[in-house]
Design a protein around this ligand. Structure first.
Ligand code: ADP
Length: 448
């Protein structure tokens, strides 16, 4: 570890790794500091994919999409609370981010769909492996190739400034250290595992479990606030509807399972919601069941479309029945009713008309190919939409909406893009789109 770098990047998730690679490719010498002993943050847990519109991958699949649709669906999904400057930049730069990844041997050649979207624009690897682990593993190959220094177990504790301008960071390893730099990228993620911030902004969620890694404690928000940054949308916390939490660990069961065709049933074995409505609405529908949670129901064909299910099964989260009746017995719901539910759903797929709940997506395949499977799920804290205020250049803003010189932020630490509900597939996209932007804007800042 040296005592000076062109840019200090705090956090080793998708946003941190991407901004480091971009900065390096522009000729800068970055360092990445990670406080945990594990690299990759919450990004490694992401399962669905990366949303982008007008990509070459979509055209390969004969899907004609538009920035406008991507913008509008995200805006509606976010309760029209999204920061429109950020949303415009985001929706218009996803395709470039897909190209950039492809140029770095990161190929997201398959497509799926998530809740609240009307078009297949969630890009994922053709191996159908969960996106997060794949992305971090592949980005780390470039970090290694470029020999970009990356240190774990170093926690940044202060941002140093002179006349309001970044001059360095203070950090803690086994001792306190100081690094001088003219630019810092906050890529510290959110506060889904930060009980103090949750208590301050959303005490009603304190009794829920979280899908987040333990380091997601909102450090970046606190660091930035101490030097005058504005925080926005702090009370907007996403609760993910489908999390398996009957074991000590809370396992997020990604939206792709529904996107590929799974349904949700209640304890009576009946559907109760459009499974691909937004996370906010599906969560509310499950909450309204009165605390029982619900079951995801799918068959062998759907299972084969989502690699992560092998892992869920391996750790004992999946119930199996050779036929629907047997599955009903396994999960303790009335088998007549569950059989009728599956029968009705298959008819809806056949006619492409769900008269009960108006579902219109994830209806490519029915549930008829045994064995049949169920996963018990319930909502858990998942993502914090709020964070530090930035402009589309990823420059952090103070309470007067003035740029804090030398301070940039990308990824979950930044607030505003998602409004009151993040669409699945938009967080990975955010880390790559704004991670690249941060690397570029740091270069411009240091050069000017
Ligand atoms: P994003 O998806 O926005 O890239 P992630 O959650 O994937 O965010 O990654 C953020 C990373 O930042 C995590 O690995 C987290 O442990 C790390 N981090 C958080 N606070 C600090 C800190 N104070 N110092 C160093 N690293 C930090």
């Amino acid at each position: 570890l040296k005592n000076h770098y062109d840019v200090v990047i705090i956090g080793s998730g998708g946003a941190g790794l991407t901004s480091a690679i971009q900065a390096y490719e522009l000729g800068l010498s970055p360092v990445i500091l990670e406080k945990m002993d594990k690299i990759g943050g919450n990004t490694t847990r992401a399962s669905s994919g990366m949303n982008a519109a007008e990509t070459f991958v979509q055209l390969n699949h004969k899907i004609v999409d538009s920035f406008e649709d991507f913008y509008n669906e995200t805006f509606i999904g976010g309760g029209k609370m999204n920061n429109q400057e950020l949303l415009k930049f985001f929706t218009e730069h996803g395709a470039l981010a897909i190209d950039w990844l492809a140029q770095h041997d990161i190929k997201l050649d398959d497509l799926t769909i998530t809740g609240g979207m009307k078009t297949m624009r969630t890009h994922r690897p053709s191996s159908l492996a969960p996106i997060g682990g794949y992305l971090v593993t592949e980005l780390l190959k470039y970090i290694a190739k470029y020999q970009i220094p990356l240190f774990d177990n170093i926690k940044v504790t202060d941002l140093l400034t002179d006349k309001g301008q970044i001059t360095g960071v203070k950090a803690l390893t086994d001792q306190e250290i100081m690094i001088t730099t003219d630019a810092v990228v906050l890529a510290t993620g959110g506060f889904g595992a930060g009980k103090d911030l949750l208590a301050e902004y959303r005490s009603d969620l304190l009794n829920l479990r979280t899908t987040n890694q333990p380091g997601a404690t909102g450090d970046g928000l606190k660091l930035a606030k101490k030097i005058g940054a504005k925080l926005v949308d702090m009370d907007q916390v996403q609760v993910h509807p489908t999390v398996q939490q009957d074991t000590p660990h809370a396992f997020l069961i990604g939206e792709a399972v529904r996107g590929e065709g799974a349904i949700l049933v209640n304890n009576d074995g009946k559907r109760f919601v459009n499974e691909l409505d937004t996370r906010k609405n599906v969560t509310k529908a499950i909450d309204d069941l009165g605390g029982t949670g619900a079951y995801l129901i799918f068959d062998r064909d759907i299972r084969s479309r989502v690699k992560a299910i092998e892992f869920y099964d391996h750790v004992g989260l999946v119930k199996t029945g050779q036929n629907v009746e047997e599955l009903a017995q396994e999960i303790g719901v009335d088998s007549q009713i569950l059989q009728q539910t599956v029968y009705d759903w298959n008819a809806a797929v056949e006619t492409q008309k769900d008269s009960k709940f108006n579902r219109t997506t994830g209806m490519e395949r029915n549930i008829s190919d045994g064995p049949f499977y169920a996963i018990h799920i319930a909502p858990a804290v998942h993502y914090t939409m709020g964070g530090v205020a930035i402009n589309h250049k990823t420059q952090v803003l103070n309470e007067d909406n003035q740029v804090i010189k030398g301070l940039f932020a990308a990824g979950e630490v930044a607030g505003g893009l998602h409004g009151n509900n993040r669409i699945g597939g938009n967080s990975i996209a955010e880390t790559v789109v704004f991670g690249r932007q941060a690397g570029q804007q740091v270069y411009k800042y240091l050069k000017d």
